[in-house]
Design a protein around this ligand. Structure first.
Ligand code: HEM
Length: 397
């Protein structure tokens, strides 16, 4: 077994490496299963990441690990941190409401939001892609979809950020404390909203889940709260990075931006390539329910296993010339949305939002230039993306 000589995971977590973690991932892949001096395992090849994501012995429930504090502890975690059968039951109920018809029905409204946001930038010749477009779009969308008042966003944005900061793998006790406070505030807020919707049904997915009569067994209040919080945070903290990482990559590869302007039909494939090349979720976490052997390495029950989705996405055993951004790349089966039973519920929504935002930018923004490269990054190593992305342009059509 290889003991990571330089604690490569710690290097990924180090903010100093946030702008470019890819050389560290390349070092990881030289020994696709390795263990750090603190006992955490790192898995980084395409083949083994794929195997873990489909292995029923690899649990997402950190209460079953030797280090339960690695996640913010709570009695009823969101279903992304739960195993079958509970996971499947909760996910099924959400999926029954999160239909393709619902998502495609959102298209005109999403186009309207993007139009308004870009129109507001017409008098200017520079904008922050994050604050002016990539953040407000998914936030407005998820609020309207769930039926959460958009006006409350400044409040729950703070709580959501506190929670994300605390998921820095449990090594900073102050951040963990703050994350628990953020979680308590958000749970309380959601609990009150659920009580209100219970008394008075309203449009939106949350009310639909509360008043669902299809199932004999109904979700209880704690399950409703954590499911709603999971959807709100996921809708908040990820798509912003997909849109921003896409724009950053395009402005670093202006030939691709020009190609997109002339051939808008490549956009869907281009978004998949960004999900491979600069994935908004860089890694996920699992713990084995029994001793397992992975790539000839024995991993004990309860160990922390870091699943490096972003490293696997650049594995040369699977992708030709993996460090090259190629919007025309064929057959991009990336791990940007995970894999197996926890595959992202919001993938169709995230793809649609990114599609509408990027097609409007490519069409309307004339001669864009990056003003700062690398841009300042958000703190989270897992949900990775720029905090700001300043661009200048001649005008917005
Ligand atoms: C570009 C945007 C997004 C990315 C890159 C992303 C990525 C991911 C990934 C990698 C996972 C798997 C986690 C794991 O294996 O442990 C996941 C799960 C999940 N995502 Fe997303 N996500 C995005 C947007 C969204 C949105 C908009 C929503 C909600 C509306 C959402 C809801 C969820 C949920 C509920 C799960 C848990 C699924 C399960 O455990 O069965 N995501 N996402």
């Amino acid at each position: 077994m290889v003991v990571s000589p330089s604690n490569l995971l710690d290097q990924v977590l180090d903010y100093a490496n946030r702008a470019n973690p890819y050389p560290i991932y390349a070092k990881m892949r030289k020994h696709p299963v390795q263990v750090q001096t603190d006992g955490r395992y790192i898995v980084s090849s395409y083949e083994l990441v794929d195997a873990i994501l489909h292995d029923p012995q690899m649990s997402v429930d950190m209460r079953k690990s030797n280090e339960p504090g690695v996640r913010i502890e709570q009695e009823e975690p969101g279903f992304v941190f739960q195993d079958p059968p509970k996971h499947d039951w909760l996910r099924h109920q959400v999926m029954s409401k999160f239909t393709p018809e619902l998502i495609s029905g959102l298209q005109p409204r999403l186009e309207e939001i993007v139009k308004e946001l870009l129109d507001a930038q017409r008098p200017n010749q520079r904008m922050d892609i994050v604050d002016d477009l990539a953040y407000p779009l998914p936030v407005t969308a998820i609020c309207e979809l769930l039926g959460v008042p958009r006006a409350d966003e400044p409040k729950f944005h703070i709580w959501s950020s506190m929670i994300i900061k605390g998921t820095n793998l449990g090594k900073d006790p102050v951040a963990v404390q703050e994350a628990m406070q953020g979680r308590d505030h958000l749970n309380h807020y959601m609990g009150e909203l659920i009580d209100k919707l219970q008394r008075q049904p309203a449009p939106g997915l949350l009310s639909a889940l509360i008043h669902d009569t299809t199932y004999e067994k109904r979700m209880n209040k704690a399950e409703l709260v954590t499911t709603a919080v999971l959807l709100l945070i996921a809708g908040h903290e990820t798509t912003v990075n997909l849109i921003t990482n896409s724009m950053l990559t395009l402005l670093r590869n202006l030939a691709s931006f020009e190609l997109l302007r002339h051939k808008p039909e490549i956009l869907s494939n281009l978004i998949e390539e960004v999900l491979r090349y600069e994935p908004p979720v860089q890694f996920t976490i699992r713990t084995p329910l029994t001793d397992v052997t992975l790539g000839k390495v024995k991993i004990p029950k309860g160990a922390i296993v870091m699943v490096m989705n972003a490293a696997a996405n650049r594995d040369s055993a699977r992708f030709q010339d993996p460090d090259r951004f190629d919007p025309l790349r064929p057959n991009i089966a990336h791990f940007g949305f995970g894999g197996g039973i926890h595959y992202c519920v919001g993938a169709p929504l995230a793809r649609l939002e990114a599609y509408i935002a990027l097609s409007a930018l490519a069409r309307r923004m004339q001669n864009p230039r990056l003003l700062q490269d690398p841009p300042p990054y958000r703190e989270s190593p897992a949900l990775r993306g720029p905090r700001h992305l300043l661009v200048s342009y001649d005008h917005i059509a």
